[in-house]
Design a protein around this ligand. Structure first.
Ligand SMILES: [Zn+2]
Length: 295
């Protein structure tokens, strides 16, 4: 239980409780003003059990503290989450019993805590490593950023911003320079097929259809289970729009969309086409109606 005076024999014992607390508050929390046991030993000569990890720390709401205003004042175009929110848990080691003790706990916030807002924080927008890898495969296929963003939102339900995707791309390219050099022989199409197989595995109710003729791909149809659910809800009008030059193979990408009651577009299927020849388009539309008429 997290309450004032509660004691814990290790940080590992306390950590899940802190995470649960943050989850209930619907706001990300972080560790601030911490002093690790090693540093504490250097300063004081008092050896605490390494399992405590910290001699002391504050586990505080993302909006805790005030923004630094040095020199000429607030720098332009610099955003900060800090807004003097008082919500925090202060933890200090009890030197008599060598345990971590909660010395202060404040649950109140000076801002709205809404479960609907939680996914909009950078922490909620972070992609898992497998999601990040999927994104990088699409980046490598030179998928346009806005389209990539829409794919990420549809497949992960995370509100990833264009800047998040740029940062991710920069970070992953740096880290993967060596690894990717061994992969350059794999063609874009091959990589995309692998990617789609993975997406299918992660979303077994999704619909994936790869139509081939004489060893050449005619079209690839993809509808995630979320897209199918959106279609079920708003099937009144469906439009199709194509984008070009999204990939090295120069295959146009068709996007089937419906509109929710607020007029926002919802992607209900993607289809990558060999060309826009009448026969191929005809088959693509048949695939779409076959996918949805079964529902
Ligand atoms: Zn707060």
């Amino acid at each position: 239980m997290l309450k004032k005076g509660a004691k814990f024999g290790s940080f590992a014992e306390l950590e899940p409780l802190l995470e649960k607390f943050a989850e209930q508050q619907c706001v990300p929390y972080g560790i601030y003003c911490s002093l690790k046991v090693e540093k504490f030993f250097e300063n004081s000569g008092h050896q605490l059990p390494p399992a405590l990890k910290y001699q002391s720390f504050t586990y505080a709401c993302k909006h805790y503290g005030s923004r630094r205003e040095k020199g000429l004042g607030i720098r332009p175009n610099q955003s900060s989450f800090k807004m003097k929110c008082p919500s925090r848990i202060r933890v200090c080691a009890d030197l008599d019993c060598n345990k971590l003790e909660i010395t202060c706990i404040t649950a109140e916030h000076n801002h709205i805590c809404d479960p609907d807002l939680a996914p909009l924080y950078p922490e909620g927008r972070q992609l898992t490593s497998s999601e990040a890898e999927s994104v990088m495969n699409l980046v490598n296929m030179e998928v346009q950023p806005a389209l990539l963003q829409s794919i990420v939102r549809t497949s992960t339900q995370k509100f990833t911003t264009l800047q998040d995707l740029r940062n991710l791309s920069r970070r992953m390219t740096k880290g993967n320079d060596k690894a990717s050099s061994t992969n350059t022989n794999a063609s874009d199409v091959q990589r995309m097929l692998e990617e789609l197989e993975d997406m299918k595995k992660n979303d077994p109710n999704s619909k994936l259809c790869i139509a081939e003729k004489e060893g050449k791909i005619l079209y690839i149809f993809w509808a995630s289970s979320q897209m199918q659910a959106d279609y079920k809800q708003y099937p009144e009008v469906v439009g199709m729009d194509n984008t070009y030059n999204d990939n090295n193979s120069k295959m146009p990408l068709g996007i089937f969309m419906c509109h929710d009651r607020n007029g926002h577009g919802k992607v209900v299927a993607y289809i990558l086409l060999r060309s826009e020849k009448k026969e191929i388009l005809h088959e693509a539309f048949s695939e779409f109606s076959a996918c949805y008429s079964r529902k």
